[in-house]
Design a protein around this ligand. Structure first.
Ligand code: SF4
Length: 679
C-alpha cells in the first residue's frame, strides 16, 4: 500500500446518523410516483388514505437498464429507476430522482433481484439516496450497497424517524451482521474498511477451525486466507463453512463493462497518480461490446448510446496504459472482434491449479476446470483488490456433483449441465452461493475444455464457484498450453484433492450412460428436456455457435465434425437459417485454421466471426430481431431478452450444427443425414 494511504486519516462514521431529505416510495401506481417527483410527500403508513402499494421484485435491470450501464461515472445519478415499470408505465425520467431531493428509497419484497451490476446502487447513490428500505433485499445488491456506503434496512419504522429528522443509532443498521460486514457499514464502505484494516485499526477474527477434513475448495481458501495484511502472512490450517474473512488472489481481471467504473473509483478515492498493487497479476479485457455497432438499433445509435458505449473501451485502454496492466484488446484490423473473451484467455493462458482468481463476471468459475477457485465479484470488490490484492468472502458449503458411468458419443458436457440444472435441488435454488465440486468417471473422461463448460455454467447453477480436481488430463493441458514440463505440471497439481471424509451439504448423482442430448426451452437454462421429448418440430431461423462456454477448441471440433459430414453429403446450411460460429480467442481461431475448419465452415455457408461475446450478450451478429424468431445456441443462458427478443433454445454443439443444416432442432447422431427439409 502506498505511504499516502498508510497515513490517510480514516475513522468510523458517527454512532448516530441523521439522514436529511425526502423519501421516495416506489409504488405500483405510476401516478403516485409522478406526484412524488413533482414535490408531493406521501403519507406513511398509508392507512390515512394514501393507499400506497409498494412495488415488489424491483430488479437491477429496472434500476439501471443494461444500456444505462454504458455510463460509468456519476452521470449514472441521472438514471436510477429509469426502467421501473408501474403497471404499463415507466414514470421516472432522466434526472427526476436527482432533482427531487430524496435521501431514502422504499419498496416491497425482493429489492435488487437479478444481475449483480453495481451500477444500480451507484446510480442511486449518485442521485442522493443514502438509505434503501425494503421488505427484503437481495444478497448481492445489499452487499453492493454496503460496499458503497449506502445504508439498508427492512425496518419500516425508520421512515418516521427520518422524517422527524431524528438521529438514528448506526447500530440499527448493523444488528445481526458478522464482524466484517458490521465493520464495512461502520466505516461507510469497503474502501474505508480496507484502509482501516491495512493500517491495523481493525483485524477480522481468524477462523477458529482446528485441522479438519476439507473439500478441495475449502483447502484452496484456507491456503489463501489472509492472516496479517501488514506482513503479507497468508494461510490457516483449516476453514469451515460460515468463516468470514479475506483471501489473497492470484489473478484479478475485469472487462470493459466494469473496468471504467472501478478505475473512476480508484482515481477518485486512491488518487489519479497512484499505482495498482502488483499490476502483473491484473488483466483487462475488451470482449463484451466489440460487435455492438452491428447489433444496436438505429434509435439507440441516434440517442448517442453507441458513442457512450465506445467510451468504455477508451477509458479501459487509457487506464491499462497508465497502470502498465496487460489488456487483451480490440482487433485493429478494420473489422470487429477481440483478442479473446476473458474466460477463454484466463483458462488458456493464466489459471493454474490451486489458485484463487476473481473476475468482474459471473462466469469466472470457467477457470475452475483446472482446479482453482475462481469467482465473480462486483466493481467495488475489484477496485479494492487493486489496492489490497485480496477479496472478502464467507466460506460456502460444498455440493458434490458426481457424474458416473460412460456417456453416449453424442452427449457432451453441455448435456451434463442441462441435466444438472433441471435437478430439483438445483432448480429450487438450494445450490445458490455454494462451492460445487464436479467429479465421477464421466467428468474424469472429459477434456479440460469440456470441464470448463461445466464450471462455467456453475453461474447458471447459482453456485459461488465450480471446480474439477486436477488429474492427468490437467497435467497434459498445462504441458500443452503453458509449456510446462511434466514434472512442473505434476508438482502444481499435487495434493489438490478433497479429503475422503470431507463434508458436503448435498451429493447429486447423475448416470451419464442414461443421458441423451438435451435442449433447454426458452426462458431459463433449467428448462431442460431430452430433444426427443419435444412435442412439435421446431423450425430455427438462427444458429449461434460461440461464447466463452461454446467457443473453445473442442467446441470447434464438434461443430466441424457435424459439418464435415454434411460437406461430404453435399449438404449446406438450410436456406432460412443464419448460422454464426464465433470463437473464444485468437488461439482458437488459429487452431481452426490449422485444422482446416474455416474451409469447412465456409463450404456449408456458416459465417465465422472473430472472438467476442457478441450475440451472447445481445451485442453482435446472431441476435434475434423479433419475438417470433427462433435461435438454437450453445451459449450458457437463455433468460428472456438475453440475445434479442426471440425464442432462444440451448443445446450442445452437435445439436446446434445439425440444426443449422436441417433447419429444425435436430438431435445429431454420428453419420446421420441432415437433408434439409422443406420449410
Ligand atoms: S460470452 Fe457470454 S457468458 Fe461468456 S463472458 Fe461473454 S457475455 Fe458472459
Amino acid at each position: 500500500m502506498s505511504g499516502a494511504l498508510q497515513s490517510r486519516p480514516v475513522r468510523k462514521l458517527s454512532d448516530r446518523v441523521r439522514l436529511q431529505g425526502r423519501i421516495l416510495f416506489l409504488a405500483e401506481d405510476a401516478a403516485l410516483v409522478r406526484q412524488q417527483l413533482a414535490g408531493r410527500d406521501l403519507e406513511w403508513p398509508p392507512g390515512g388514505g394514501a393507499g400506497v402499494k409498494l412495488r415488489d421484485d424491483i430488479s437491477t435491470d429496472e434500476i439501471t437498464p443494461a444500456y444505462i450501464c454504458y455510463y460509468y461515472d456519476d452521470t449514472l445519478g441521472d438514471f436510477p429507476y429509469l426502467g421501473l415499470k408501474c403497471g404499463s408505465e415507466f414514470p421516472i425520467s432522466r434526472g427526476a430522482v436527482r432533482g427531487g431531493g430524496f435521501v431514502a428509497s422504499v419498496s416491497g419484497k425482493r429489492r435488487g433481484k437479478g444481475s449483480s451490476r453495481e451500477q444500480s446502487p451507484y446510480a442511486e447513490m449518485c442521485a442522493g439516496i443514502k438509505l434503501v428500505i425494503a421488505e427484503n433485499i437481495e444478497r448481492i445488491y445489499r452487499e453492493n450497497c454496503q460496499n458503497l456506503g449506502i445504508l439498508t434496512t427492512t425496518d419500516f419504522s425508520i421512515i418516521d424517524r427520518v422524517r422527524r429528522g431524528e438521529e438514528i443509532p448506526l447500530s440499527t443498521f448493523t444488528a445481526g451482521e458478522g464482524d466484517i460486514t458490521r465493520g464495512i457499514i461502520e466505516y461507510g464502505g469497503l474502501f474505508n474498511y480496507n484502509l482501516a484494516r491495512l493500517q491495523g485499526k481493525v483485524a477480522p477474527p481468524l477462523p477458529a477451525a482446528s485441522p479438519r477434513p476439507m473439500t478441495l475448495g475449502e483447502k484452496i481458501l484456507a491456503r489463501h486466507w489472509v492472516v496479517d495484511p501488514a506482513t503479507g502472512q497468508v494461510g490457516v490450517p483449516a476453514v469451515r463453512p460460515g468463516d468470514e474473512g479475506f483471501v489473497v488472489t492470484d489473478i484479478r481481471f475485469s472487462h470493459e463493462y466494469v473496468t471504467p467504473m472501478a478505475a473512476i473509483f480508484f482515481e477518485q478515492l486512491v488518487g489519479p497518480e497512484e499505482k495498482v498493487n502488483d499490476p502483473g497479476s491484473v488483466l483487462l479485457f475488451r470482449d463484451h461490446l466489440t460487435f455492438l455497432a452491428e447489433a444496436m438499433t438505429p434509435e439507440r445509435v441516434k440517442e448517442g448510446l453507441l458513442d457512450v458505449a465506445n467510451q468504455l473501451e477508451q477509458k479501459q485502454r487509457e487506464f491499462a496504459a497508465k497502470q502498465g496492466i496487460k489488456l487483451y484488446g480490440e482487433l485493429r484490423l478494420g473489422h470487429h472482434g477481440s483478442e479473446a473473451i476473458c474466460h477463454s484467455k484466463i483458462l488458456e493462458a493464466h489459471a493454474l491449479p490451486g489458485q484463487v482468481i476473481i473476475g468482474s463476471d459471473s462466469h469466472t468459475p470457467h477457470a475452475g476446470a483446472v482446479g482453482c477457485v475462481a469467482f465473480g465479484v462486483g466493481t467495488t470488490a475489484i477496485f479494492n483488490s487493486w489496492i489490497t490484492k485480496d477479496v472478502r468472502l464467507t466460506v460456502p458449503e460444498t455440493v458434490k456433483v458426481v457424474v458416473r458411468g460412460r456417456k453416449p458419443e453424442s452427449v457432451t458436457a453441455k448435456d451434463f449441465m442441462l441435466e444438472i440444472l433441471r435437478h430439483p435441488y438445483i432448480k429450487s435454488g438450494r445450490a445458490i452461493g455454494k462451492l460445487v465440486e464436479y467429479c465421477g468417471e464421466a467428468v474424469a473422461a472429459l477434456s479440460v475444455d469440456e470441464r470448463a463448460t461445466m464450471t462455467n455454467m456453475t453461474a447458471e447453477v447459482g453456485g459461488f464457484t465450480g471446480y474439477v480436481a486436477p488429474d492427468e488430463k490437467t497435467v497434459a493441458y498445462l504441458m500443452a498450453y503453458r509449456k510446462l514440463s511434466r514434472a512442473e505440471a505434476t508438482r502444481l497439481c499435487a495434493g489438490l484433492a478433497s479429503d475422503p471424509d470431507a463434508e458436503y451439504c448435498e451429493v447429486i448423482e447423475i448416470d451419464a450412460a442414461q443421458l441423451k442430448p438435451m435442449i433447454a426451452l426458452p426462458g431459463d437454462p433449467g428448462n431442460g428436456l431430452h430433444i426427443g421429448e419435444l412435442t412439435d418440430r421446431v423450425k430455427v431461423e438462427i444458429a449461434y455457435a460461440g461464447s466463452c462456454t461454446a467457443g473453445k477448441k473442442e467446441d470447434m471440433d464438434m461443430y466441424a465434425r457435424v459439418l464435415k459430414e454434411a460437406v461430404e453429403r453435399g449438404e449446406r446450411v438450410a436456406p432460412w437459417v443464419r448460422f454464426y460460429i464465433q470463437c473464444g480467442s485468437q488461439e482458437v481461431k488459429r487452431y481452426c485454421e490449422e485444422m482446416g475448419y474455416l474451409d469447412v465452415f465456409r463450404q456449408v455457408g456458416a459465417t465465422f466471426l472473430e472472438p467476442s461475446c457478441g450475440a451472447c450478450i445481445n451485442a453482435g451478429p446472431g441476435v434475434s430481431r423479433t419475438k417470433e424468431e427462433v435461435t438454437i445456441s450453445a451459449i450458457n443462458r437463455n433468460f428472456p431478452g438475453r440475445s434479442g427478443p426471440g425464442q432462444l433454445y440451448l443445446a450442445n454443439p452437435y445439436t446446434v450444427a445439425a440444426s443449422a443444416i436441417s433447419g429444425y432442432i435436430t438431435e445429431w447422431q454420428p453419420g446421420m443425414a441432415l437433408a434439409t427439409a422443406s420449410p
